[in-house]
Design a protein around this ligand. Structure first.
Ligand SMILES: Cc1cc2nc3c(=O)[nH]c(=O)nc-3n(C[C@H](O)[C@H](O)[C@H](O)COP(=O)(O)OP(=O)(O)OC[C@H]3O[C@@H](n4cnc5c(N)ncnc54)[C@H](O)[C@@H]3O)c2cc1C
Length: 430
């Protein structure tokens, strides 16, 4: 390990993370010409809500993961660095980041931490090796490679083998789980023309729990209509190759065949959230999220802001609008457009989730809700609006036309760089 000790660099503002929160903060600072260093462990700005479309071949990965340096190329204020922040000394206001074995240190005037969250396996970390997750662009590519493999092998196989290969279990019936389950059914029916079994397992008593009531009921009925087996009030107790064991509320366990298991249940903030909590002495919730102050600062440090999925404040959901609004709020205090100490309040513009082609739910508030085709087009419009870059929007529309009006999957044409079936071979070897 090489240490670059010769003089700690100095920066007015350091942003950690190139996700929704980090990018929103950067853009807001640039409005007042405030210089900043943005450090991220990944070179891209990832549009996570569309990861499932990369995994199922609707979109190519570049359409939802443009390089952050490219997005900010016109910002004279921006100094974008690739690296993982591995340490912080809050009393000296110094962060340490690492890239390719080299450590560098920067003294900041203000720090905005936006490092997100990763998947939670609720104490069963061994499940990580046995399932596919959808958090990073590599996760989506890995799942896509697995999907392509099982369908290709199934096309040549005898009936029992075909059934085994085309068995999917999706754990967690939040928006991602519902979207993946629905897309797998569509992919099988409209693109591969094969029968698949898709089981959606959810511990709560309804699908899309944050929507609730009639919308959750509509989502469940729609999934059932397209052939997804929905198991509610059910928990995964074990996963081994080819089988998921689940337990219902009656306490009875049973196994479900599953060549592919997609895990989308729960989040856990670790990594820099943990480092920051330990360094500042700030408490975290059970998911490791920092319990930040109402003005988004961390503990007694007025120069450190933490935002987005790595934090917990007022029960706000772990969603992109929260991260973006928090990023702008922190930047506004730093650029003196808001008084230091101004509490953050979230403007909830509503939530939406896709079930399958032409079927979605949208909840603007408790009284205004939409379902079906109209909600699907609303979802399309909103996601197009928030996708970064004109070229990506144009490419996404073209891909959606091919996949949703036609039956093609343009994303499958992308050359895979992750190594096909990594997870499956690991499971087989275990
Ligand atoms: C599959 C999926 C679907 C989703 N769908 C929706 C949806 O439909 N609607 C919605 O509103 N929200 C959705 N979300 C949630 C939404 O994506 C998050 O709320 C949002 O990304 C949070 O933004 P963030 O800036 O806090 O973190 P992120 O966007 O996750 O960004 C974290 C950044 O920090 C970087 N990083 C992490 N650790 C370090 C480190 N130590 N050093 C340097 N950099 C680091 C990462 O590389 C990344 O750039 C979805 C999430 C997932 C995973």
């Amino acid at each position: 390990m090489q240490y670059v000790e010769a003089g700690i660099e100095t920066a007015g503002v350091v942003i950690v993370g190139s996700g929704f929160g980090g990018l929103a903060a950067a853009k807001q600072l640039a409005k007042s010409g405030v210089d900043y260093v943005l450090i991220s462990s990944t070179p891209e700005h990832l549009f996570q809500p569309l990861l499932y479309q990369v995994a199922t071949g609707v979109l190519a990965s570049e359409e939802i993961a443009p390089p952050i340096a490219g997005i900010l190329r016109r910002h004279r204020e921006a100094d974008v660095r690739l690296g993982t922040v591995v340490d912080i000394d809050p009393d000296r206001a110094v962060v340490t980041y690492e890239h390719e074995g080299v450590r560098r240190r920067i003294r900041y005037g203000s720090l905005i931490a936006a490092t997100g969250a990763s998947q939670s396996y609720f104490g069963r970390d061994d499940f990580a090796e046995k399932t596919f997750s959808l958090k990073t662009i590599d996760d989506a590519r890995r799942l896509r490679a697995q999907i392509e493999r099982v369908f290709a092998e199934a096309a040549q196989a005898d009936e029992p083998t075909r059934r085994r290969l085309l068995s999917f279990v999706v754990v967690g019936a939040g928006a991602t789980g519902v979207e993946v389950a629905g897309q797998l059914k569509e992919l099988a029916k409209r693109h591969y023309h094969q029968e698949v079994s898709v089981t959606l397992v959810e511990g709560a008593g309804e699908v899309l729990p944050p929507f609730g009531g009639g919308l959750s009921e509509y989502a469940k009925k729609s999934l059932t209509r397209i052939g997804v087996d929905v198991l509610l009030g059910t928990f995964v107790t074990d996963i081994e190759h080819g089988k998921v064991t689940v337990k219902g509320r009656d306490g009875v366990e049973h196994g479900i065949a599953a060549e592919t298991v997609v895990w989308s249940a729960g989040v856990q903030a670790g990594g820099f959230a943990k480092i920051l909590a330990e360094a500042t002495g700030v408490a975290t919730d059970r998911a490791g999220r920092l319990l930040i102050n109402p003005d988004l600062t961390v503990g007694g440090y007025a120069d450190i802001y933490a935002i987005g999925d790595m934090t917990s404040l007022n029960g706000y959901p772990g969603q992109s609008p929260v991260a973006m609004q928090e990023g702008r709020h922190a930047a506004d205090i730093i650029r003196r457009k808001k008084q230091p100490g101004t509490p953050f309040t979230y403007w909830d513009k509503g939530s939406m989730a896709v079930i399958s082609r032409f079927s979605a739910v949208a909840k603007l508030n408790e009284r205004i809700t939409f379902r079906g085709v109209i909600a699907w087009f609303m979802w399309l419009a909103v996601h197009l609006f928030y996708l970064v870059g004109f070229r990506n929007r144009f490419a996404a529309v073209a891909s959606w036309l091919v996949a949703f009006i036609g039956t093609g999957r343009p994303g499958f044409a992308e050359v895979d760089t992750t190594g096909t079936n990594v997870r499956t071979s690991e499971i087989r070897a275990a």
